[in-house]
Design a protein around this ligand. Structure first.
Ligand SMILES: Nc1nc2c(ncn2[C@@H]2O[C@H](COP(=O)(O)OP(=O)(O)O)[C@@H](O)[C@H]2O)c(=O)[nH]1
Ligand SMILES: [Mg+2]
Length: 395
């Protein structure tokens, strides 16, 4: 994986860090010296790539050169100067051929392959100072689910948030959200991403050059206005939407929304202000929580390691038991490698990499642990079945 040279010889802007009082509210001072990561998500065609292009141009004009990363393996042309381009590392067409996949599978697998090497991107970013690059901008694949509902998307997001102030930007095609039901679906998706990533969020209502975004802001602020817009629609879908929008009320309360046009560049200063606010939120709310969870997981991992070590030592005491351990069945071999369903479905090649990377600090979230537990139980059952069959054979 290589960095484009473009980013290296750019002039560093003089003063980029804002000095308002909100800065003092930030807890982690170390974060201040690192770039802020802006993760651009949104439905296909919402304008992510165009948005990244405009934002990059806007920042260049302000002499705040951003660090730009393209994570879309299938894009034909990248209309901005990318410091890191996934296409330089993974050939999506070749992945399709080699793994015998269609376009969607090809994109997902390419991103998975790239995620196994994401530590290199992290090390490039780690070397950057915020006076050199205040922002690192990430463009994501066209189809949103490739990133939001894949293991690699989660790995990339968590890796970034563990070292940098990270803000999720959810881009909406305002022109195509004038239908209340469509708007609602889009907001539900945004809501699901917010709760999944738990990161500070900015909703960007894009394409304001086509339709003014105020209708959407009004819908979020005033339920009655939204209800009135819905009243024209009497289908089952609309009654579902009505109840859903009541649920979303709380989500709207704390939402930062900005109207922009990636075509004309309108609204981008406002957007940057929203990002500054989101960074304060990251440092005061998310960072301490992340740190707490990280510590908890580290302690648990340490305890697990100690338990395992004890177990191994006990096994060592019983000579015969050790001999049996060496003849592992396939299932046991997988179990001992701490496999998750994710590892298995990716095949042997990726397994080895992932094990290396996870290595000592196994940062599993609760869901993964639960999955792992039930998978272990499954393996245990299989093992018993096997033993049972063997006994019957010999007996
Ligand atoms: N009028 C208008 N069109 C836009 C705007 N942003 C993006 N587009 C268009 O929307 C289409 C999809 O944009 P693209 O950036 O490729 O979307 P992506 O799939 O989310 O990356 C393209 O034809 C863009 O020219 C905007 O602010 N205004
Ligand atoms: Mg795109």
């Amino acid at each position: 994986m290589a960095e484009a040279s473009g980013g290296e010889n750019t002039s560093s802007p003089s003063a980029t860090t804002s000095t308002d009082s909100s800065d003092q509210a930030a807890s982690g001072d170390s974060l201040k010296e690192k770039p802020t990561c802006i993760l651009c998500l949104g439905m296909a065609g919402s304008g992510k790539t165009t948005f990244v292009q405009r934002l990059t141009a806007h920042l260049y004009a302000k002499k705040e050169t951003p660090y730009v990363v393209n994570l879309d393996p299938a894009v034909k042309e990248v209309p901005y100067p990318a410091n890191i381009d996934i296409r330089d590392s993974v050939n999506y067409k070749e992945v399709m051929k080699q793994y015998k996949l269609g376009p969607n599978g090809g994109i997902v697998t390419s991103l998975n392959l790239f995620a196994t090497r994401f530590d290199q991107v992290m090390s490039f970013l780690d070397k950057k100072q915020s006076n050199e690059f205040k922002f690192a901008i990430f463009d994501t694949p066209g189809q949103i689910e490739v990133f939001t509902w894949s293991a690699s998307g989660a790995i990339i997001t968590e890796a970034l948030a563990s070292s940098f102030a990270t803000v999720v930007v959810y881009i909406i095609d305002t022109a195509r959200s004038t239908n209340p039901v469509t708007f609602m679906s889009n907001m539900l998706y945004a809501c699901s991403i917010l709760y999944k990533t738990k990161l500070p969020f900015v909703v960007v209502l894009n394409k304001t050059d086509i339709v003014d975004h105020n209708f959407a802001v009004e819908w979020m602020q005033d339920f009655e206005v939204f209800e009135e817009a819905l009243s024209q629609d009497t289908t089952y879908m609309s009654s579902l939407t009505r109840s859903m929008s009541l649920v979303l009320d709380e989500f709207y309360q704390n939402l930062r929304t900005v109207g922009v046009s990636s075509m004309t560049g309108a609204g981008f200063e406002e957007f940057l202000k929203a990002v500054d606010n989101a960074v304060v939120e990251f440092e005061t709310q998310y960072k301490p929580e992340y740190e707490r969870l990280k510590k908890e997981k580290e302690e648990k991992a340490k305890k697990d390691r100690e338990d395992q070590l004890k177990k191994v030592q006990q096994d060592l005491g019983k000579g015969e038991a050790v001999a049996m351990e060496t003849i592992k069945t396939g299932a046991q071999a997988i179990e001992s490698a701490h496999a998750t369903p994710f590892h298995i479905s990716l095949g042997a090649d990726l397994d080895s990499d992932d094990d290396d990377e996870r290595g000592d600090e196994e940062e599993w979230d609760e869901e993964e642990i639960k999955e792992h537990e039930s998978f272990k139980r499954f393996l245990e059952k299989e093992k018993q079945k096997g033993q049972h069959a063997k006994k019957e054979e010999s007996g």
